[in-house]
Write a protein that binds this ligand. Sequence first.
Ligand code: ADP
Ligand code: MG
Length: 241
Amino acid sequence: MSTILEVDNIHVAYGRTKIIPGLSFKVEEGQVLGVIGPNGAGKTTLMNALIGLVIPTEGKIIFDGMDITKLPPDKRCHLGLGRTYQIPRPFEGMTVYENVLVGATHGAGRTEHKARPYCTEVLKRTGLYEKRDTLAGQLTLLDRKRLEIARALGTDPKILLLDEVAAGLTDAEVHDVMDLVAELKKTGLTIIWIEHVIKTMVESTDKLLCLATGCLLRYGDPKETMNCLEVQEVYLGVDEE
Ligand SMILES: Nc1ncnc2c1ncn2[C@@H]1O[C@H](COP(=O)(O)OP(=O)(O)O)[C@@H](O)[C@H]1O
Ligand SMILES: [Mg+2]
């Protein structure tokens, strides 16, 4: 197994507010890395740094052997980093199909002609094919989450970054998302999944990373990480998002 992503001592700040004061970890190709941590720990900030919405003040991000630390988001997207947003952001007035097509043309730089069959495949894979002509604004929450994933997949990522896609779903729906992630993993996709729903983090990941105030508290086997005392302590009194 080879390393597809290496985060080497990154420091991330918003203006003068330091959020991540030095963080290092590696992700192996084809694995699912879970990221947990209390609210405000810096999970979304980490994702923003990975996709280029915020540039680290120090340290490096190496993706597929290339230093991407200072690349803008569109270049990273073309190289193969796809993300979902914590709050789904579909184009509400466009159909499901059109939403995925935007990612596949603008995000991945395909012509519409080439993007069409790929979009169809993505819609089938995410369980949205039957709803391809429905307006995104009319979807249920679960389908909006599926669409968030489909839109990211439309950009043909090598790494898919998921930000709390299970939040707000029922138990049965969470299982649907877990099944979808398992299917995507089978295709060889590497996944970084931030989530508060602990079940997903224990059962669907290969490695689990716990962040607290921007620092790595623990990284390793999901069950061991979850059972470790320091991790349990930072979760006491956590208000679920
Ligand atoms: N755009 C921003 N500008 C300034 N501070 C921010 C911004 N976004 C997030 N923060 C702060 O950074 C910290 C980490 O936030 P975030 O990465 O969203 O945490 P998490 O996703 O783990 O809940 C929080 O204290 C939050 O208030
Ligand atoms: Mg967040």
